[in-house]
Design a protein around this ligand. Sequence first.
Ligand code: SF4
Length: 961
Amino acid sequence: MSVEPQLDTSPKVGDEIRKTTCYMCACRCGINVHLRDGAIRYIEGNRDHPVNRGVLCAKGSAGIMQHYSPARLRSPMKRVGPRGSGAFEAISWDEALETATDWLAPIRKTDPKKLAFFTGRDQSQALTGWWAQQFGTPNFAAHGGFCSVNMAAGGIYTIGGAFWEFGSPDWDLTEMFVLFGVAEDHDSNPIKIGLGKLKGRGKRVVSVNPVQTGYAAISDDWYGVTPGTDGLLIISLIRELMRSGKIDVDYLRRYTNAPWLVIRNPGAANDGLFLRDGDGEPQVLDRTSGKAVSHKTKGVSVALQGEVKVKGGGVAVPVFEIMTETYMDDAYAPEAVTDTVGISAERIRRFAADLADAAFAKEVVVDQPWTDWKGERHDKMIGRPVSMHAMRGISAHSNGFQTCRALHVLQLMLGSVEAPGGFRFKPPYPKPPHAHPKPAGRPDQVAAGKALGGAPLGYVLGPEDLVVGPGGEPQRIDKAYSWDAPMSAHGLMHMVISNAVAGDPYPVDVLFMYMANMAWNSSMNTRGVMDMLTETDSETGEYKIPKIIYSDAYSSEMVAYADLILPDTTYLERHDAISLLDRPICEADGVADAIRWPVIEPDRDVRGFQSVLLDLGARLGLPGMVKEDGSPAYKDYGDYIVNHQRKPGIGPLAGFRGANGKSEGRGDVNPGQLDAYIENGSFWHTDIPAEARYYKMANQAYQDFAVDMGFYDSPQPYAFQIYSETLQKFRLAAEGHGDNQPPEHLRERVKTCFTPLPSWYAPFEGASLDEAAFPLHALTQRPMAMYHSWGSQNPWLRQIHGHNPMFVSKALAREHNLEDGDWIWVTSHHGKIRVPVAVMAGVNDKTIWTWNAIGKRKGAWQLDEDAPEAKKGFLLNHLIHELLPPKGDGQRWSNSDPITGQAAWFDLRVQIVKAGPDEPAESAPQFAPLPRMNGAGKPDATLRYGLQWTKTAGKKAGDSK
Ligand code: SF4
């Protein structure tokens, strides 16, 4: 019997198809939602969409179950029992919004910073950040501080962009693709599509990760690096490339600050700064004249070695000379680093040779003339076809910022950033730090009843930009942009609750959070955070955080700890802008943005959070959110997306602008803009001209294109910053120069860690513990089928991961006599958890790991109390503290990167012991079950299905009841 292939069923089934954007993870693929009789039948990928070209992952297709989840909140609620008890009463939206307004209005009138407003992995930070600014509080950030700010900030400060939303590999031309510390499924469909292309062309995929799962499982080479040592490995690779002369010297001269002159004047206030001319331009050494000239001088032949005398004292040498002195040190030789990084010297050398071979023996040439920013014409584009992608694995360490910078320097040594075959920026990047705003929040920028004097988040360029008081004291509740974490571009969300409860630097009155499960998987020290959220003042009996407003679509663990719940819609029931003002969906060859729109109406008393925020803003009379007569400026978020202008002609969406809908980038408001997007599949896309597609940071055609599109108001060409003068300025301050210096207890740390060339130092937690007592590293990875906690209540996805085992290597299993399904105790300096084990090959022998955020608290997310997620699932978070172990110096140091404040999740050190034969087969710790909290009075369904790993070696068995 022949079976007809039926690949394209969508035209035949007679459904109504509505095209929108997926939000089952943060990749923003295009989807076709099939509806019949007002209900969703299924979801498929949109074949025309630039992000996924029709590809849909397991998460994306399970969106239907997310939409119909019993865990959805159904109504606004107010707390009627003790905080944490989960006792709520459904209330009307009028009451909810009046309550929120009554709480927020007095703060704004007296001291706006008493509001701490923090959001999770939402995609509307252009709105939420603006809202915080208009309210007047500096206490705003999203989840970046506990996710991967090191990757983002390391990228911006070094090359003007980073991976994922900022750039991508040149999939069509690359010869070798290297992944550093990438989760099983990061940047999900785009990377899978790219990997498919590479494998189809027979190209090399290399993974550097302590764990060989996900993308690493299909890599040609796997380097199972010891956690926290990636920076040392990378610097060793740099040394090998320099030693063998396999670096792109011409590229370094043209596009980086390798030739810029650095002053050497030990002890002086200008030591380590760039030698600048009268106009403030950095200078280079002209090989022809032997003199220092501006780096902008057309046709100059720059030297990478040499020396000039500096007026007033000292000499100046090119950055490259300092690089040579620094990185050729024997301390970085493969033999010297092998024990620490866990990779043999021979393999490190082979790795460097493979990089060199791909970059230089397989050079690609694109026959496309172009003109650089100095006006020099080039007749072709020469490419070094090595591309890279990195993420949280290398960044969530206390040395992560410098490691991320080191990785970008490795790319630059190979000449493979913005060159054919290499890593390429996606608009609106590249954008160097000086093209970003500086953060606002100093005392002169915060005033009662006024908007903040600038955006709350930004990029500092030196101590003068810190958000501190006259005595250097932190001004933000998370202490971002203070000496604790000077370059904390995404804030420190993981410190907000503990600082607010401690009243350090001050107490807050309202904590307002969106999509941030702080009472569970989004916090270090989860039990401690639950206690803090319920901690009361011993004199007044009031909660130390007096009022908590929380918005989410689902009854997560955090709901129980809020006082007022503003229920959000699912992603299929609301408007969203995936905006160039925020994190768009551009590709290296094209500019694109997208929307979501209500493809189905809510059947509950819920509202999209962004519309609620605008409503609240209008009730509070925030500037920009009310008209002159005091009425709301915007009907809802959809209205805002169309009509809001950040500056004339620039709005949340770049497509279909202008009265006739034909303008792109800049243009007047178009009342029909959303309809035009919907008509076009909910996205807009335009190609970058061929001449502008590479070397964007130095390409005149791209710079002009970027100005036309509204990315900048004037061209912003720049050189990549291998040597960071910003870091050196902080170090000079720590050495006693300037008006703004760190407090005594931080001086040494700033001097050590803020090196202007990327460096490696041992992660703080390991360095502060007895390694023999805590010999293992413990990590989490996001699983392929779930996006943090979003998916682990989804009935379809739960059948893939019903709970999370702790994976251990075969060697470790032998050492501890462990088999699949056995239970172990895992102990850190802070806590203890009992967890089930699974044995695997392909993991660094000093590392154990598990999937993130699958473990659930009993009763939360409408899961049955016997759900495997609660009984066998677990969180590693219980072992991690937001503070480092006491050092005996009277200080408790933050468990964060000292430069950016990134939460150092992956510095965790543990020991393991097999659980006793009589112990229960249940994960520990357990917490009191939470009651149903969806605002419906009683649950309309309970989720009871999930898969469990069993004692039967390596097999999975259904656990349906
Ligand atoms: S990769 Fe993410 S955005 Fe794309 S279909 Fe899967 S879940 Fe949706």
